[in-house]
Design a protein around this ligand. Structure first.
Ligand SMILES: *Cc1c(COP(=O)(O)O)cnc(C)c1O
Length: 365
């Protein structure tokens, strides 16, 4: 028998979440962002739930190839564009749209031989200071691109650094709007947080939105809003079974470092999930779990293959009982991945992307 741990991907949740972001920006087309293997969900597994999107946005050429192999003939956008000249050959062959964020990428395009001109998303660095041309240099980049026979339509994009927080997007929006006001082309500005939080801002809807995390059912601005607040459903669940039970006396300890000391007699369940499965080792005693669908807590240190939970509130739970580490339980209860991420001092993004290769994954129906 395989180790009793399993991740489940929920196509129905992906469909629901995609609809949810569409409602926030009803006039925009939607890129389903599927970088990092669809945020750890698996491109092939997520595809059916996401095929209602208008396009797929990702970074790795191999992932673009996989989306084409699934039969997708619509738009695919490379969010970081070409890394080397050879990449442009694949862009031509697979009809990929690609970002241009630096002069070197324009140089490569100018030397590229193609019969079909490429659709470009020209990226502005409006304040994030990772990728893109500054507002001052944006127009000359556009002019240079526009003169190339290799280039078809040019769309304009930028990315917000603070769409999820108190600083917001106003400053970056103003820089973008000013530097592009008389340039033609479609606009793409918003990630999940900008789409959900700033939807009232007409400019944010733009022509293409780029939601990632919301599509997978995690809140882009937890704890200000939970996934439930945004009406998002978890698209990934991680469940494992209890493989052993220990009865402790007051003063007994649990796990490495004896970090948890029982202050009274209690039952402990040993769960077949550890940090080698992608569950963060740093999660402290008290991190929420669901035991048979009911809210409980971890105790002691997470080890490589196991973690331990307090069974005191669950006299009926024992070996074979299911513990939900995040997502949906068989009983239909939900433990938001964001709560577990918070206990680990990180975000839902990191947990879903870190689901380990060794965890078997199934598709819910
Ligand atoms: C990852 C990414 C997104 C999606 O961000 P979320 O916060 O997951 O919605 C959007 N745009 C770009 C350029 C990205 O790299």
């Amino acid at each position: 028998m395989p180790r009793p741990i399993q991740a489940t991907i929920h196509p129905q949740a992906l469909r629901h979440n995609l609809n949810r972001v569409r409602l926030a920006a009803p006039d925009a087309q939607v890129w389903a962002v599927t970088k990092a293997n669809a945020y750890g969900h698996g491109i092939e597994r997520a595809f059916d739930g996401l095929r209602g999107a208008d396009g797929f946005a990702l970074l790795d050429l191999s992932e673009a190839q996989r989306v084409r192999d699934l039969g997708w003939r619509g738009p695919i956008l490379l969010l970081e564009g070409a890394f080397e000249a050879r990449d442009l050959e694949l862009c031509s062959r697979l009809s990929l749209w690609h970002t241009v964020h630096c002069d070197e990428q324009i140089d490569m395009l100018a030397l590229h031989k193609t019969h079909e001109p490429h659709r470009i998303f020209l990226k502005m660095n409006s304040g994030m200071n990772r990728l893109g041309f500054t507002p001052q240099r944006f127009r000359s980049a556009w002019t240079r691109l526009n003169a190339l026979p290799q280039v078809d339509e040019i769309s304009l994009m930028t990315h917000f650094s603070d769409a999820d927080g108190p600083k917001g997007i106003a400053e970056q929006m103003a820089r973008f709007a000013e530097a592009t006001c008389d340039l033609p082309g479609e606009r793409s500005l918003s990630n999940s947080a900008a789409t959900l939080r700033h939807a009232q801002d007409a400019a944010v809807k733009a022509d293409w939105i780029r939601p990632g995390i919301a599509v997978y059912g995690s809140s882009p601005d937890f704890p200000a809003h939970s996934a439930a607040d945004w009406d998002l459903q978890p698209a990934m669940s991680l469940n494992a079974q209890i493989i052993a039970v220990q009865s402790l006396q007051a003063g007994d300890t649990v796990g490495y470092g004896s970090s948890f000391v029982a202050d009274r007699a209690m039952r402990i369940g040993v769960v077949a999930c550890g940090y080698a499965d992608g569950y963060p080792r740093i999660c402290p005693t008290g991190t929420p779990v669901l035991v048979n669908g009911q809210r409980g807590r971890t105790v002691g240190r997470v080890s490589m293959d196991m973690l331990t939970v307090d069974l005191s509130p669950f006299p009926d739970a024992g070996v074979g009982s299911t513990v939900t580490l995040w997502g949906q339980s068989a009983q239909g209860a939900v433990l938001a991945i964001d709560e577990v991420a918070q206990a680990a001092g990180t975000v839902g993004y990191e947990l879903m992307c870190a689901l380990a290769q060794r965890v078997p994954v199934v598709l819910a129906d």
